[in-house]
Each structure stands twice: as C-alpha cells, then as structure tokens.
Design a protein around this ligand. Structure first.
Ligand SMILES: Cc1cc2nc3c(=O)[nH]c(=O)nc-3n(C[C@H](O)[C@H](O)[C@H](O)COP(=O)(O)OP(=O)(O)OC[C@H]3O[C@@H](n4cnc5c(N)ncnc54)[C@H](O)[C@@H]3O)c2cc1C
Length: 373
C-alpha cells in the first residue's frame, strides 16, 4: 500500500470521520476548514444503528455514546397528544443501543478530538483558493486562501451542501433544490420521561429528542412557501407562532422559546450527483455529493459511512481513481435511497406527492441500512 498524502476539505462530520478512518489506514491527512472558529450550531442530531456500528468500526463508540443519549424505540403521538405507538428499533452492535441523540457540538468535540489524537493536521480559517489536478493523474497542487501551497496525492471534498469542491468535480451539477419545508430547532432541559424520540404527527411535524441526561431538543418541520432566510431578531416569536394548536405538552414547551439566538432554522434542500463522484484525484463525500432532507435522520450517517468505505477502497486499490470508482459503486444505491425516500416523505407532507407511510418507510430504511456497507 502506498502512503498517500491526503487533503480533506471541510472539518465537519464527514471530514472528521474521514480523517479518523484514513489515519487508521496509515495515510497522512491534512484538513482545511474555512470557519476560523470551527463552530457548530447548538442543537442536536439523531443517529441510528448503522451509525452506532460505524462508530464502533472507527473505534470511537464509547466516547461517542458517552457524549449522547442512547435509546431503543420511537414513540408516536397523534395531534391530540395521545401516544399511539411505540416502535422498537433494531440494534446492530451488541451491548449498544439502537439510536443516539447527540448534541452537534458534543459530536463535533468527540470527532475533532479523535481526529487530532489520530494525527490529522487541522488548519482553521483556510480554504482552497485554486486547485490544479496536474493532468497526469498523479497529484493535486493546491493554493490555499492564505497564499500557502501544497501538493497532495488526493483531495477529498467533505465541504457540505454548498460544496466548493463540487464545482471542480461536477461544474455542470444543478445547485441544491429546496423542498418547500424548513426545520426549526430549540434546546430544553430534558424532562425525565423523554427517554426516546417522541414524534408528534400532524401537518406540522414536531419531535422531542433526548441529547443527554439534562438536555433535549425540539424540532418542528413546517411548510415554507419560499426558501427565505429569517432575520435573527424575532426568530423565537416566529418559531412559537409555528406551534399554535399543538397538544398541551408541546404548547407548554413553546412558551419557553424566548431566545432568538438559540433558535436554529434551516430550509430543507437536497442534491444527488448521478454522474461521477470524482474527477482526477479529487473525490466528494457526504452532503457535497448526496445531501438529503432529515426525514429519515440519515444524512450524517451516510457521510460517516462514506468515510469508512472510501478509506477501505484507498487501501485496497493502488490507483486512487480505481478506489474512487469502487467507493461510488458501493455507496450510490444506499445514498440515493435515503435521498429519494426522505424527499418522498417531505413531498407527501406538503402535498407535492402522495402521502407516504413514514412508519413503513422507516422500518424499510432500518432493514436497508442494517446491510453491511
Ligand atoms: C434541519 C436538519 C436536520 C438534520 N438532522 C439530521 C439527523 O437527525 N441525523 C442525521 O444523520 N443527519 C441530519 N442532518 C443532515 C446532516 O447534518 C448532514 O448530512 C451532515 O452534516 C453532512 O456532513 P458533511 O460532513 O458532509 O457536511 P457538514 O457537516 O456540513 O460539514 C461541512 C464542513 O465543511 C466546511 N466547509 C464548507 N465549505 C468549505 C470550504 N470551501 N473550505 C473548507 N471548509 C469548508 C464547513 O464549515 C463544515 O465544517 C440534518 C440536516 C438538516 C438541515
């Protein structure tokens, strides 16, 4: 195996798990992250059994679970507030739970610490200024935004939904598409009885997700006629207004949404590159190449699995371009399934498509993501 010198562009979830997987394989890794503060917004994320399996594979499962809240079921509530179902979710890793709720900052801390401990170099406040694949298929020359230069055997674009590296790999790709929904999120102290994902069904989808012994977050999925950006001032009142008519439990929590700075709103967008995922010595992973809406809670999971598979294929193939093709072949069907099914749920909720039985799709998704990666 050649020891590759690898540039990872983007120090988010997929970039950091890539660094861990690539360092484990013996490659040299430098991450450039454009945010000088390496900040992450303060709400949480749901991850499922395939992600827990991936974290075990990466050797970071105990740190990861120590930073989150494990649970084995999803509770479904109807708009009246009555619990109508408890859906067990399958475990894949013996001795560990089936799902985890984890704060994004807590996850970032675990992944960042482990990537650095594994020997990855991280440069903050730096991005790629110019990138020159030498045309010989032997390396990539990069001029960074701070004027420094470097030569790498390969570059990995893990730079998320609005990827700059995608412009290099697939300049013809359409930009991310808005689905007509947005998600509002807010943290609360965790009540003792919120020990699993509690999903409140209805035209406005609401969920409560435990994140730690003391913390949970609420997500609220709303139809949004246009892809607008809300001003920060007034965000809390805006989020509260989305929650009128909710069952008493949610209405009581809504009254506590008072801090504009603590509200996180995101419009929901997707992208799926059907063409090649690499060009020369540059390859894309995660949201840069397949970003999904969160209806199946699998976007980050797909980025994490990508990072493991890419590292495996780089070990297996002496020629990186062969590794990139093998990586895409192993990943595309699963990632497309997540993007398409999540979109179908979203379209059903907004009347842009037939209504989808989310419980049935979630059950099917568990079976598909339980398959080996
Ligand atoms: C509302 C919402 C809820 C979600 N909930 C879940 C959930 O419950 N479970 C789940 O699994 N997924 C969820 N997701 C999806 C998940 O957040 C993404 O799939 C995941 O973050 C993708 O990881 P990534 O590493 O590809 O990109 P990101 O995590 O976005 O990381 C990209 C990194 O690259 C950096 N960057 C960007 N451009 C450059 C550049 N030019 N140069 C250098 N650095 C750059 C960014 O600053 C960032 O640090 C949700 C998404 C949304 C919008």
């Amino acid at each position: 195996m050649n020891t590759l010198n690898i540039l990872v562009v983007g120090g988010g979830i997929g970039g950091l798990t890539s660094a861990i997987a690539l360092r484990r394989a013996g490659f040299d890794v430098t991450i450039v992250e454009k945010d000088p503060d390496w900040s992450v917004y303060g709400v949480g994320i749901i991850q499922q059994a395939n992600v827990i399996r991936a974290m075990a594979d990466l050797g970071i499962i105990d740190d990861y679970l120590g930073a989150g809240f494990g649970f084995d079921q999803v509770e479904i509530y109807v708009p009246s507030g009555q619990r109508v179902a408890i859906i067990p979710s399958p475990r894949l890793t013996p001795g560990y739970p089936a799902n985890v709720g984890i704060g994004r900052r807590a996850l970032h801390q675990v992944l960042g610490d482990r990537a650095i401990a594994a020997g990855a170099a991280i440069r903050l406040g730096v991005t790629v200024g110019a990138l020159d694949d030498d045309g010989e298929g032997e390396g990539v020359d990069v001029t960074f935004s701070d004027g420094t230069r470097g030569r790498y055997d390969i570059a990995i674009g893990a730079d998320g939904l609005y990827s700059q590296m995608r412009d290099h790999v697939a300049p013809e790709a359409a930009p991310p598409a808005f689905v007509g929904q947005g998600v509002w999120r807010y943290n609360f102290p965790r009540p003792a009885d919120v020990t699993a994902l509690c999903a409140f069904d209805g035209p406005i989808g609401v969920g409560l997700v435990p994140l730690s012994d003391t913390l949970m977050y609420m997500y609220v999925t709303t139809p949004e006629p246009e892809n607008r950006r809300y001003p920060r001032t007034g965000l809390a009142a805006e989020m509260r207004s989305k929650l009128t008519g909710q069952p008493p439990r949610i209405a009581e929590l809504a009254e506590q949404i008072i801090d504009d700075d603590a509200v996180v709103y995101k419009p929901l967008e997707w992208i799926m590159l059907e063409g090649p995922w690499h060009r020369g010595r540059v390859v894309l992973i995660g949201d840069a190449v397949h970003a999904t809406t969160p209806h199946l809670g699998q976007g980050a999971g797909m980025a994490i699995e990508d990072s493991i598979v890419l590292a495996e294929e780089l070990v297996r193939h002496p020629n990186p371009e062969a590794a990139f093709a093998a990586f895409r072949a192993r990943r595309i069907d699963r990632c497309r399934y997540i993007v398409e099914q999540s979109k179908a749920i979203s379209f059903g909720q907004t009347g842009q498509g037939p209504r989808v039985d989310q419980g049935k799709v979630t059950h099917e998704m568990f079976q598909i993501t339980a398959q080996p990666i």
